[in-house]
Write a protein that binds this ligand. Structure first.
Ligand code: BDR
Ligand code: CA
Length: 327
């Protein structure tokens, strides 16, 4: 319905860029953050819960319910990304421990409750390994009747990061990602192809870090911990990627993203391809289909291009009231 905020639930592994995503979701007037659920990924699940509560308190959103979810993937062992996100999983910024506690229900229970309670269908935004979401879909499949769509950060059309072909969130729990893709609701894949491109210029990161407003300053500190990917067109060393926050921008402003409905399949076989999102961009069936096999992949709206300036602008406007004035 026009004019009403979009009900959103974020499932995350906070995580420097998950924190950037939470700050944006809390502050965007077109989004209503109903709950946040936590899963093991960038760090262990208790660290994720702590980081998530800290960010929400710093952002002035201490009343959003937060729940602890899966402490390891369905089949794999947990494999953290602390080498990227620091020993505390959120940049080792020395932030105080949160005052409040997580909800007294687990993440799957909170997801079910908040999805079914929402007066309008919810947009689910997973920015982490998909373990909680797979469990939700298997334990409570009825939730799909009140899910508008799922916009997830994960996968890659071209190059991976955890392996040459696999992106971290999908690689961490490939079976869970395969369950997500067959959820039977519209799905948008905000993969590495666009994720790595949305970079905030160094001048803006410096300005945020100097801000007197705690949420904006935290965004600056977090961005400073996210150097742009090698080869990106970032302006200097201080520039920082929005990462997961870009997926939430895509919910608030879908017009900034170019997507195409394409078949996507997660590679589950052991070996170098495990965790790859195989995106079929061929214009017509190939030999594999001609000689008997049907196309296997679920149909997913795959992000192929992003308006970088538009999302940077949107982020700065939302979290810090706009860009620095040229002087
Ligand atoms: C994804 O992996 C995590 O490290 C980030 O938070 C992001 O969700 C990128 O591959
Ligand atoms: Ca993440």
């Amino acid at each position: 319905m026009a004019g009403q905020p979009i009900p959103v639930i974020i499932d995350c592994d906070t995580g420097v860029d998950d924190a950037l995503a939470l700050l944006f979701a809390v502050r965007h007037p077109g989004l209503e953050l109903r709950a946040v659920t936590c899963v093991a990924g960038n760090t262990d699940v208790d660290g994720v819960v702590r980081n998530t509560l800290t960010v929400l308190e710093r952002a002035g959103a201490g009343d959003v319910p937060v729940a602890r979810g899966a402490e390891r993937p369905l089949i794999e062992a947990a494999r953290s990304a602390r080498h990227v996100h620091g020993t505390d999983g959120m940049g080792d910024l020395g932030l105080p421990a949160p005052v409040r506690r997580p909800a007294d229900v687990d993440a799957v229970t909170l997801l079910r409750r908040e999805i079914l309670r929402s007066p309008r269908p919810v947009t689910l935004v997973p920015t982490a390994p998909l373990t909680n979401i797979a469990l939700l879909l298997r334990i409570h499949p009825e939730v799909t009747r009140n899910i508008e769509r799922i916009v997830f950060m994960g996968g890659a059309v071209a190059t991976g990061n955890a392996t040459p072909v696999a992106e971290f969130n999908v690689w961490h729990d490939p079976e869970a990602a395969a369950v997500l893709l067959t959820a039977g609701v519209p799905i948008t894949m905000y993969g590495l192809d666009v994720f790595q491109r949305v970079v905030v210029p160094g001048q803006e990161v410096r300005r945020l870090r100097a801000s007197a407003e705690p949420g904006a300053r935290l965004a600056g500190e977090l961005l400073a911990h996210r150097p742009a990917a090698p080869g990106s067109d970032a302006d200097d060393d201080a520039a920082g990627g929005l990462g997961d926050a870009g997926a939430v921008c895509a919910v608030a402003d879908p017009g900034g993203l170019t997507t195409r409905l394409l078949p996507v399949e997660v590679s589950l076989a052991p070996g170098p391809g495990r965790g790859q999102t195989v995106v079929d961009r061929r214009p017509r069936p190939g030999e594999a289909e001609i000689h008997g096999g049907a196309r296997e992949g679920a149909m997913v709206d795959v992000a192929l291009d992003v308006d970088v300036a538009r999302y940077v602008e949107l982020y700065l406007e939302t979290v810090a009231g706009g860009r620095a004035q040229a002087n």
